[in-house]
Design a protein around this ligand. Structure first.
Ligand SMILES: [Zn+2]
Length: 279
């Protein structure tokens, strides 16, 4: 696999980035989406950008898609999302492969972002936290994404306060209620960073990972947020772990999830659905 197209299919935009055989960014395009952006519309737009990437690169070998919700990576199925209406068990990879004639792999968008940030650094262990409208996360262990059964990395639902407000997940006091972009309208940035640091510290205490990468819209807007979280994480976990841990911003910035989707397409152990297998 050489020429790849990475797509970040989000709640507000679809960002497509295509890379040539030498790894150079050859094509980049962005389109608005929105809550009503359904599977049919998404498929048509993916076909359009695949055609554009194919003509720019004189061919296309694989497509990767980052999806903002639960994904069955092995089967290439977008299971559900709270960001977009009309998505329930959509065989997206198969539909894209069939419509474009190109192999397609999909994964959760935080997973694709984590894959990119890990590959960029040559990191074998990494905790990725995306702070946007909500809070998502992903874990890389032993050089591979830890997907669990598809829902691993949901750090946004680590409990900060059992008596806290109700969360959409049905529980109370989840960290995304205190530290997401949505919460930052009402919560001071220091308090948000403190809440996020508690959640990150809890995860680090279990996994003893040496690198935490923060991405998402909130992080792109303020380096101060990363610094504040970094300082507090060291206080919120076992000293032996916190003193040897680095917290930094995603290097891919706004494009991290799309770049990661391209990395997913290129990755030898991705579960790509091929056009020939989608009979
Ligand atoms: Zn929750």
């Amino acid at each position: 696999v050489t020429r790849v197209l990475g797509i970040d299919l989000g709640g507000t935009k679809l960002l497509a980035c295509a890379f040539g055989a030498g790894g150079e960014l050859a094509y980049r395009a962005q389109f608005p989406t929105g809550r009503s952006f359904g599977p049919g519309e998404a498929l048509a737009l993916v076909v359009q950008v695949a055609d554009a990437a194919r003509s720019t690169l004189d061919g296309l070998d694989a497509i990767g898609i980052g999806f903002p919700g639960l994904v069955d990576h092995d089967r290439g199925v977008a299971r559900s999302t709270i960001m977009l209406d009309g998505w329930r068990d959509v065989a997206l990879a198969e539909r894209v492969a069939r419509a474009t004639g190109v192999a397609c792999a999909i994964d959760n968008d935080a997973n694709t972002a984590a894959l990119y940030e890990a590959e960029l650094r040559g990191a074998r262990e990494l905790l990725y936290v995306a702070v946007g409208t909500g809070i998502g996360g992903a874990v890389v262990l032993g050089g591979e994404l830890w997907r669990g059964r598809g829902a691993a990395g949901e750090i946004g639902h680590v409990t900060i306060d059992r008596a806290g407000p109700s969360c959409a997940c049905g529980r109370r006091g989840c960290v995304n209620l205190y530290a997401s972009g949505t919460a930052l309208a009402t919560v001071a940035i220091d308090d948000a960073a403190a809440a996020l640091a508690i959640a990150i510290g809890s995860v680090l205490n279990v996994l003893d990972i040496s690198l935490v990468v923060l991405g998402g819209g909130v992080v792109e807007r303020g380096a101060q947020y990363v610094d504040t979280v970094a300082a507090r994480v060291r206080r919120e976990c076992f000293e032996e772990i916190g003193s040897r841990c680095t917290v930094e911003a995603a290097r891919g910035g706004y494009d991290t999830a799309a770049f990661g989707a391209a990395a997913l397409a290129r990755h030898p152990r991705s579960a790509a659905i091929r056009p020939s297998s989608s009979a």
